[in-house]
Design a protein around this ligand. Structure first.
Ligand code: 9MJ
Length: 772
């Protein structure tokens, strides 16, 4: 039994865990130098959560557990900034920057000024209030004087110190900074949303600002937000003579300060810095919309003072806009690989940030309606990074009279199939599947793409020709192409036709993960395909596996599991896959990985199936998982034992009950998996979800209550025949208590001790496994 540590021990352990976790947060989220694995970090956080649950009096607002997201609010309160949050005047070209420098020098009466140059991040500006080093409030800029109180959301941002590190901590301090989502994080965030069938965010700025404006901090907690500190507002003590020193001090207190920030001596250095950043704009990790120049000397700043809205000591040099105004010629429905119909605006060509843009995506019908884009409209288009340009807004002043809003066609513009909107989805879809030439073309292109089969020479144009000429009517047809047929296509000669045929032949042997990605299961990207290949590994089994199997794979989850299952049970898909499999040979299959599933503990399964917030961290889950064979057994585990491990028993029981039917399905699956290995894989050593061995050798059983299909003596004989032993009383050494009808005190004793309880069916399964 775990003994509960005394409050004194707990306080010490809690303090050490907090320090270690925050140290890790700082290394990971501020310094970009992680040292711990995710699992180690998670284990520490879980341990801390457990201890704090046992000792609620020891919970502090700066504990890392307090980041995870407080309860939703009804609305935001107000914060009054100690010092106003200023906006910046803009310089739109080099001349305006020169003019700014001239004014500054004149007012100061000096020949040259030292500046600090900072990338101007495009996110949401915040002010964080610290009292004696503790974060007490965080607010948006608002009107500069009063903003919205978003403390609950900001606490979830890991790069925001909940308590300042180091020394010289002032009694009162306002830190100013910008919250952004970094480019890489943004791409991951959107990829995840797409996989979950959610609408992607238009750009990192909207995603960051939107996340912090959510009333439910749990949402912000899941978004990869980063704070870059760039200055201070009110401060009870002076922090130095130069802005540069202030930034260094912020770094020492544990804030992330942009590494691109430079001290610049005079105007020429500023211009060079601007050009350098402009040239590297796309390779920066975050979106910037300008470069800020600030007078470094704080005494000089005092002399310069403010205009009505902005300081005279700083200016934002804007980078060339990534937005431009143009007109929508037409709106066309574009049919994608999965049949989703996207309205696309055909534009009068316009230059945006150095690239000519003539099409912009409107994402979906809801988005189009929200922005109310119509043909003939004057619109603002935006291009950010490498993504497809999009329409930001419409200037309705210039709307031609009598233009109706755009309608989604009722039939596919390409194949004339019906267009439907599946329940709960944002996209309308053509139901034509691969009968629809548009979907077929996109599918072939995807099938041949680099991360799928990687067929060189089979790109957009060739895919289009193959479909238009009828040479390819399904994916399997790609493998039936020969030189003669290709020669009949425009642009193909002996050599190019021979090359393409050779490239296709070379791919007749294909790794499972590439095939799984290539066949285009909705929502299954290359990473998911790899997980499926690694963790399940057998195409036959993937095709007939119940959806719930996929849920057991971390990173796949339930809704995607459903999608995969639906895809393979669709008759047309099944036939297409059959024909494809006849053409190819799957290589390097690792078999239906018994090691993987056997390594899953019941606790991990619980985590995979979405039981959350009950304190079942990996370490605890492993421990728990070793106590039970089947998920439903979790219900029987003793409360005391769970509580001692920091598990919220009520919460766990409730969630288990809600998911009872699902768990029964999983339990059935565990049995099926065992049978599958036993029959298909030559009877490998099989362990259930709880890690129990398939053979009963050395396992001790206690029988209690009345069994239906056999007497207790028969059961005893069968267990012993399988290598187990049967004893009369339940102890910590007992592996299983078999509880029949009207089981009484022994069952209760098993519950108290956390011994796995089997019903008759589970016993029969175990015996069958052992016999297999
Ligand atoms: C941004 N957005 O990155 C300021 N900013 O300074 C930086 N904004 C600023 N400085 C004074 N780096 C007012 C705003």
């Amino acid at each position: 039994m775990t003994t509960s540590p005394s409050a004194e021990d707990a306080a010490g352990r809690i303090a050490r865990l907090r320090e270690e976790i925050e140290e890790h947060n700082h290394r990971y989220y501020v310094l970009d130098e992680p040292v711990l694995s995710d699992a180690e970090y998670d284990a520490m956080l879980r341990e801390l959560q457990g201890l704090e649950r046992e000792h609620p009096e020891l919970v502090r607002p700066d504990s890392p557990t307090q980041r995870v997201g407080a309860a939703p609010a009804d609305g935001f309160g107000e914060v009054t900034h100690g010092q106003p949050m200023l906006s910046l005047d803009n310089a739109f070209d080099a001349d305006e920057l020169r003019e700014f420098d001239r004014r500054v020098r004149e007012r100061l009466g000096v020949a040259s000024v030292a500046y600090v140059g900072e990338p101007k991040l495009d996110g949401l500006s915040l002010s964080l209030r610290y009292e004696d080093g503790l974060l007490v409030q965080a607010g948006t800029r608002g009107d500069g004087r009063v903003g919205e109180d978003i403390t609950g959301n900001v606490r979830t941002v890991r790069s925001v110190p909940l308590r300042l590190r180091g020394e010289r901590i002032p009694a009162r301090l306002e830190v100013r900074g910008e919250v952004v989502i970094r480019r890489q994080d943004f791409e991951q965030l959107n990829a995840g949303r797409l996989e979950q069938g959610e609408r992607p965010f238009a750009n990192p700025r909207n995603a960051a600002a939107g996340s912090l404006r959510q009333l439910d901090p749990q949402i912000a907690a899941r978004r990869p937000l980063t704070l870059f500190a760039f200055g201070v507002g009110e401060c009870s003590e002076p922090l130095g003579e130069m802005h540069w020193q202030v930034l260094e001090q912020l770094g020492a207190w544990g804030f992330r300060v942009n590494r691109e920030i430079r001290r610049l001596d005079g105007l020429d250095a500023c211009l060079a810095y601007y050009n350098d950043l402009l040239g590297r704009r796309d390779s920066l990790d975050y979106e910037i919309d300008g470069v800020v120049f600030k007078v470094d000397d704080l005494a000089q700043r005092q002399t310069l003072g403010f205009t009505a809205r902005a300081p005279r000591w700083a200016i934002a040099s804007k980078l060339p806009a990534r937005e431009a105004t143009t007109r929508v010629r037409r709106i066309l429905p574009s049919v994608g690989r999965t049949g989703a119909i996207t309205p696309v605006a055909e534009l009068e060509p316009v230059e945006v940030g150095g690239v000519t843009v003539s099409r912009a995506t409107l994402h979906n019908l809801d988005e189009l309606r929200r922005k109310d884009v119509r043909e003939g409209d004057t619109v603002m288009v935006r291009r950010a990074g490498d993504v497809i340009p999009e329409i930001v807004s419409v200037n309705t002043e210039f709307r031609p009279v009598g233009v109706e809003s755009w309608q989604m066609p009722e039939r596919c513009p390409v194949c004339d199939s019906e267009v439907i909107r599946p329940e709960g989805e944002v996209d309308y879809r053509c139901i034509g599947s691969l009968q629809c030439p548009a979907q077929l073309k996109e599918s072939i292109r995807h099938f041949a793409s680099r991360r799928a089969l990687d067929i060189e020479g089979l790109g957009d144009k060739v895919a289009e020709q193959l479909v238009d000429t009828g040479l390819v009517q399904e994916l399997a047809d790609v493998f039936r192409l020969d030189r003669q047929r290709l020669l009949g296509l425009e642009g193909f000669a002996e050599v190019s036709a021979g090359n393409l045929v050779a490239a296709i032949e070379a791919r007749r042997q294909v790794p499972l993960e590439r095939l799984l990605y290539g066949i285009g299961i909705p929502g299954v990207g290359a990473d998911t395909a790899r997980l499926l290949a690694d963790q399940v590994g057998d195409m036959d089994y993937i095709r007939r596996a119940p959806a719930v199997l996929f849920s057991l794979i971390p990173g796949v989850g339930r809704s995607m599991g459903e999608e995969i299952h639906t895809f393979f049970t669709d008759e047309a898909n099944a036939r297409g896959v059959d024909r494809l499999l006849r053409e190819i040979e799957l290589v390097s299959e690792n078999g239906f990985s018994p090691d993987y599933v056997a390594s899953l503990t019941a606790g991990e399964i619980v985590a995979a199936l979405g039981i959350s917030g009950v304190g079942l961290g990996p370490k605890r889950a492993r421990e728990l998982g070793s106590k039970v064979t089947y998920l439903t057994d979790l219900m029987g585990l003793a409360s005391q034992r769970l509580q001692a491990g920091g598990v919220d028993v009520q919460g766990l029981r409730q969630q288990l009950e809600e998911r009872a039917p699902l768990f029964e399905e999983v339990d059935a699956l565990l049995i099926e998996k065992c049978l599958h290995w036993a029959t298909d894989r030559g009877g490998a050593q099989i362990r259930g979800g709880g890690g129990s061995s398939s053979t009963l050798a050395g396992r001790s059983f206690v029988l209690t209550g009345t069994l239906e299909s056999m007497t207790r003596d028969e059961a005893k004989a069968r267990i012993e025949a399988a290598g187990g032993k049967v004893t009369g009383s339940v102890s910590g050494k007992t592996d299983y208590v078999v509880a029949g009808e009207a089981a009484g005190s022994k069952r209760r004793r098993a519950e108290e001790l956390g011994v796995a309880i089997l019903d008759e069916a589970a016993l029969l399964d175990l015996l069958r496994e052992a016999a297999g």
